[in-house]
Design a protein around this ligand. Structure first.
Ligand SMILES: NC(=O)c1ccc[n+]([C@@H]2O[C@H](COP(=O)([O-])OP(=O)(O)OC[C@H]3O[C@@H](n4cnc5c(N)ncnc54)[C@H](O)[C@@H]3O)[C@@H](O)[C@H]2O)c1
Length: 224
């Protein structure tokens, strides 16, 4: 299929989840699945699944369902996961070290090439055989090694300047954890990750459940 076709961003946002579920099915040797079954597993309506998957040629067949491996590979291609990306981490504190130690990004094509920080106590330390370098060496390193992506795990007060520098040096993507929404250049793709947004969503849901329980208790009291 033509992977250059434009797909709405709402659908794109759901693709990683489809990819994950289809990958799990493949690991369990499940080669085909109906939209009904997939919808039960994923908690999405069957019609949503049909609409989404029809977008990129994942037409299920009556009585057969979807070919899991085909869909998995097509979604992988759309997500660009058949490419490889060289990445660096800027800010090798708690979060930066945790991400540097996580080996599974390689499975998605992201290869760790460099680590940068300003703290002299961290410079020279190695993680998975890669030495933490002084931020002053970053420009030459990014240009020489044609680095594609930077993970930004540094304080928010410093992140804009670093992001702008990286954009000038030809970086393609920034995975930004620094608790601020970045807008750098139209040539650079930015994904801002706000872990605490997800935490606040959980807080909201817990809160709603508690309110519901309190109301139920109140109702019971009144009926006694
Ligand atoms: N949004 C969220 O929910 C969330 C959750 C966790 C962390 N964070 C953010 O991630 C970032 C990192 O958090 P952490 O806990 O790892 O902090 P940390 O203090 O442990 O690490 C930050 C590192 O950045 C380095 N640094 C400072 N200035 C720099 C510069 N100019 N260039 C390169 N490196 C520099 C520091 O020396 C330090 O090693 C912070 O901005 C934090 O707010 C956000």
């Amino acid at each position: 299929m033509d992977t250059s076709r434009r797909i709405s961003i709402a659908v794109v946002k759901r693709l990683p989840r489809y990819y994950r579920y289809l990958g799990e099915l493949l690991e369990n040797d499940i080669t085909r699945i109906s939209s009904k079954e997939l919808s039960e597993r994923m908690g999405v309506t069957a019609s949503q699944i049909r609409q989404d998957l029809n977008n990129f040629g994942g037409f299920g067949q009556q009585g057969y369902g979807y070919n899991v491996e085909y869909l998995y590979n097509e979604i992988g291609k759309i997500l660009g996961l058949n490419n490889t990306y060289k990445f660096i981490i800027v800010g090798v504190g708690n979060l930066g070290q945790a991400l540097a130690n996580y080996t599974k990004f390689e499975k998605r094509g992201f290869i760790l090439k460099g680590l940068f920080d300003v703290n002299p106590r961290l410079i020279g330390m190695t993680i998975r055989g890669i030495e933490v370098k002084d931020i002053d060496e970053m420009e030459a390193f990014v240009k020489e090694n044609k680095i594609d992506v930077a993970f930004l795990t540094m304080p928010k007060s410093k992140v804009r300047k670093v992001a702008e520098d990286l954009a000038r040096w030809g970086i393609k993507g920034l995975w930004n954890f620094s608790a601020v929404d970045l807008d750098v250049s139209p040539d650079v793709v930015v994904e801002d990750v706000h872990l605490s947004d997800s935490l606040m969503t959980m807080s909201y849901k817990i809160n709603r459940k508690m309110i519901k329980k309190e109301k139920e208790l109140e109702m019971k009291k009144h009926h006694k």
